[in-house]
Design a protein around this ligand. Structure first.
Ligand SMILES: Cc1ncc(COP(=O)(O)O)c(C=O)c1O
Length: 391
């Protein structure tokens, strides 16, 4: 049978609310490819349809209050995307230049938000290479912040941490150390927690444990949780009040957002789980499957580019002399959508694992069989990399 996408391309429109039986069940490019489910559609049908600029919509306000309570924060603000959440957070924490932000050099805020931190806040961003290759430590931060008031320097005002970053967890103790340091020096701390749900589901700490370390936290609904749209910014009431203002100024005030906040709530309840540790949720199983898939690759002789902590498996394609386009071709031949060296094992892949895993095995075998044959013309990636740019 053709995929749902092909049916749509062909102009045929059928019920698309079929979760892992649709396109997402074979799409490992990202957890943003998860598609909304029938229970999300049911929630949309019974949501409220009132105005959120006037703050009258119960579905939206309930979602904000629920997420704030899960994370132990005073207030929440629904935003259209993770990028919007990060940008509003930084715009709200930073006041008057000169001011600087430090972050991991691989952070979404510095690599993939169109330079928004500089244009929206005027801040100088200092990207840091973590010494351990996995996550920033307090030592990395101490070596890179500017705390003095020397007239030549751009003083650091915000430390921005991303957790998980490339699927890797920054342990709670490290976050706590960095947070204590920041408070001691009057710095603010932001968490790009697009995938903080994953760190929590893995047992690294509760949502409230992590959130307590930060002034602002963004969480995404439209990635691993499977909702169609949106993220949330959590903080204290004063910061959220300011962020609501900034959101309005960039056109993010919403009229009847119940149609997107209702499925977001289903994503939190059903995919993440009902408690602050993801109790009853679906993410933990995806981490187990990700480790099994990584073992399958290494068992066949492949190497990993990053360790597997949660739902991402990073293949070392350079070591396998395999250009990204080749693994994508091999994936397409067996009906899997792949993107370069990153496999994202989201929950709809887990639900379709019986079909996906044998196909992945075929792809892995072909990549590793072709290894020596490709070496002559193979050029490994050079320079700074982007997830969205082919080398
Ligand atoms: C870690 C991280 N933060 C923020 C974002 C931005 O989210 P959005 O695409 O909703 O703007 C992404 C997107 O993939 C992300 O991976």
């Amino acid at each position: 049978m053709s995929s749902m996408n092909e049916q749509h391309v062909a102009g045929e429109r059928r019920n698309a609310w079929i979760g892992s039986a649709g396109a997402a069940g074979t799409d490992l490019r990202s957890d943003t490819m998860t598609t909304p489910t029938a229970s999300m559609l049911a929630a949309i049908q019974s949501c409220t349809l009132l105005d959120d600029v006037f703050r009258e919509d119960p579905t939206t306000m309930d979602l904000e209050a629920h997420c704030a309570a899960l994370a132990g924060k005073e207030a929440g603000l629904f935003v259209l995307s993770g990028t919007m959440g990060n940008q509003l957070a930084l715009r709200s924490l930073l006041t008057q230049p000169p001011h600087g932000v430090v972050c991991d050099h691989r952070s979404h805020i510095v690599k993939y938000e169109a330079g928004g931190v500089s244009s929206l806040t005027g801040a100088t961003v200092k990207p840091i290479v973590p010494k351990n290759g996995i996550h920033l430590t307090l030592k990395d931060i101490e070596a890179n912040v500017y705390l003095d008031d020397d007239v030549h320097t751009c003083p650091t005002r915000v430390i921005s941490l991303e957790n998980t970053l490339n699927g890797m967890i920054m342990p709670l103790e490290e976050v706590q150390r960095i947070s204590a340091f920041a408070r001691q020096h009057g710095l603010k701390v932001h968490c790009d927690g697009a995938r903080l749900w994953e760190a929590v589901a893995s047992g690294a700490g509760s949502l409230s444990d992590f959130s307590a370390c930060f002034d602002t936290v963004t969480l995404c609904f439209s990635k691993g949780l499977g909702a169609p749209v949106g993220s949330i910014l959590l903080s204290d009431k004063a910061v959220i009040k300011h962020a609501r203002w900034v959101r309005k100024s960039i056109g993010g005030g919403l009229r009847q957002p119940g149609v997107v906040t209702a499925p977001a709530r289903v994503g939190v309840d059903e995919t993440f789980g009902r408690g602050p540790n993801g109790e009853g949720g679906l993410l933990r199983e995806t981490h187990v499957l990700a480790k099994e898939i990584a073992d399958m690759w290494t068992g066949l002789g492949g190497k990993l580019f990053h360790p597997v902590h949660t739902n991402m498996v990073w293949l070392d394609l350079d070591a396998a002399n395999c250009p990204p386009s080749r693994i994508e071709e091999l994936g397409a031949e067996v009906g899997l959508k792949l993107y370069a060296n990153r496999l994202v094992i989201h929950y709809q892949i887990y639900q379709n694992r019986e079909a996906v895993v044998p196909k992945l095995k075929q792809v892995f075998e072909r990549v590793l069989q072709e290894r020596s044959g490709n070496s002559a013309g193979f050029e490994p990636a050079r320079g700074d990399t982007s997830m969205y740019r082919k080398q």
